[in-house]
Design a protein around this ligand. Sequence first.
Ligand SMILES: C[S@@+](CC[C@H](N)C(=O)[O-])C[C@H]1O[C@@H](n2cnc3c(N)ncnc32)[C@H](O)[C@@H]1O
Length: 203
Amino acid sequence: MDEVGVGPWPGDWPDDPRLDPELLEHGDRRNVVDRYRYWRREAVVEDLDLRRHDFHVAIENWQHDFNIGSVVRTANAFLAREVHVVGRRRWNRRGAMVTDRYQHLRHHDDVESFASWAAAASLPVVGVDNLPGSVPLESTRLPRACVLLLGQEGPGLSPAAREAVSLVVSVAQFGSTRSINAGAAAAVAMHTWVRQHVTGHPH
Ligand SMILES: C[S@@+](CC[C@H](N)C(=O)[O-])C[C@H]1O[C@@H](n2cnc3c(N)ncnc32)[C@H](O)[C@@H]1O
């Protein structure tokens, strides 16, 4: 299989403070798009910060939800402003594939502190869950600035989270399963936000 990334920089090194001498010397095999090859991590984050979208994504973490890594990775791909973990601080980083290094992550001990943070930032909290009373994501206009809040495997959005949301959107399902996993639901919700608010293709 072809190796991902690039080898050591051939020839004289470019004079660019964004570039990392370690990577120039040894090559860059990281999980980053070609535009960022050889860039220092801080330089990548600074560049992403210039273009971040107005949506945030949040997920409840009461039982070490294995979906959080996948949510972080997708949030990185769709350029969420921040990812919020509500509940336990620890989560399994494996599914993030190191993308968490380029993403702003914020932890909240409980739904109350998360909700106060969102209110102070004037961000409506949009619940993503197929609860009774939810409206179809496919035909609902998402606010430009908002937080998309996911529940977790098993219980879904907690009672406190249900209190904190201004609206709940559900992803239409057609099969026999009660739900899709939270990582998949987060991806659909974030992509819906992108389709509604971003024009043109980035590359
Ligand atoms: C496995 S589900 C939770 C259980 C689900 N409420 C049930 O009754 O079986 C975990 C999380 O994934 C998200 N999710 C799963 N299916 C969804 C759907 N069809 N629409 C929106 N969110 C969904 C929600 O955030 C939910 O809290």
